[in-house]
Ligand binder design. Structure first.
Ligand code: NDP
Length: 257
């Protein structure tokens, strides 16, 4: 697998924490030579820490480009892709990971701003990135080549009370992934989705607007997955030979069955 990833350019959104950060580290550890990692998020200080950790662990064989990017801003996304330095432009794998949940409330009480932020990040942001990267993939021979790995959620399959908007965004990601895969059937562009269940990250801190005690309560008394558990699956999926499409993977802790 490491050989197949060698020489690739991997672009990860939301790489400043949680699953995205772990994906960056896992790609670097799996293919520690001639790999390029474009790491994006809004918190650049956190991206630089990830870049430093990679350098400390695997040395200079992995090149890292941290870039500030808000996926919900379509102009910024187009400018970012168009402005990538020449040697970074040949993106092979896009991991659409940036996402969030805001608030826990029954549908009639959800704040308008929270609805907008969730859709603009989880759905429109993911589509913005995909539209911006697809021309790079399509410029390759035989109709094009490249991998899009979308991070969905168990929430897109099993909606729960209090999470209607977040669940709806992840159901939208699923529909988008499935449609796009079919649209690209005559190419070597793979569209794959990894759907995590409960993973302990900063996700719940964001959900409760930074209230750490409420966030910690979400994981109390259960044994959630770690972001590394998801990163291992993402890297596995990306490392299959080109003809193997792992379209859809659901991964959750045993207590969540
Ligand atoms: P984290 O909060 O740790 O990470 C979320 C990442 O998304 C951060 O790096 C954040 O970076 C980034 N992000 C959020 N909004 C934007 C934006 N507008 N533009 C760019 N980047 C953004 O949570 P997770 O690692 O858990 O979440 C990663 C993905 O996994 C999400 O799509 C989430 O929905 C999904 N998921 C998580 C589960 C869980 O239980 N944790 C379960 C199922 C799915 P920054 O703030 O620096 O911009």
């Amino acid at each position: 697998m490491a050989q197949r990833l060698q020489g690739k350019t991997i672009l990860i959104t939301g790489a400043s924490s949680g699953i995205g950060r772990s994906c960056a580290l896992e790609f670097a550890r799996t293919a520690p030579r001639d790999l390029r990692l474009v790491l994006t998020a809004r918190r650049t200080d956190r991206l630089r820490e990830v870049a430093e950790q990679i350098r400390a662990e695997v040395g200079d064989g992995v090149k890292v480009l941290p870039v500030e990017l808000d996926v919900a801003d379509p102009v910024a996304v187009r400018g970012f892709v168009g402005g990538l330095p020449e040697e970074w432009r040949g993106v092979d794998v896009l991991v659409n990971n940036a996402g969030l949940v805001k608030g826990v409330a029954r549908a009639p009480e959800i704040a308008e701003n929270d609805i907008n932020v969730m859709f603009q990040t989880n759905v429109t942001g993911l589509i913005n990135m995909t539209q911006a990267i697809l021309p790079i993939f399509k410029a390759r021979p035989e109709g094009g080549a490249g991998d899009i790995i979308n991070i969905g959620s168990i929430a897109g399959r099993e909606p729960y009370p209090g999470g209607s908007i977040y669940c709806a965004t992840k159901a939208a990601v699923r529909a988008f992934s499935d449609s796009l895969r079919k649209e690209l059937i005559d190419t070597r562009i793979r569209v794959m989705e990894v759907d995590p269940g409960q993973v302990e990250t900063e996700f719940s801190v964001v959900r409760f607007y930074g209230d750490k005690s409420k966030a910690d309560a979400v994981y109390a008394g259960c044994d959630p997955l770690t972001p590394e558990d998801i990163a291992e699956v993402v890297v596995f999926v990306a490392g299959r030979r080109q003809n193997v499409v792992i379209a859809d993977t659901l991964i959750f802790p045993s207590h969540q069955a």
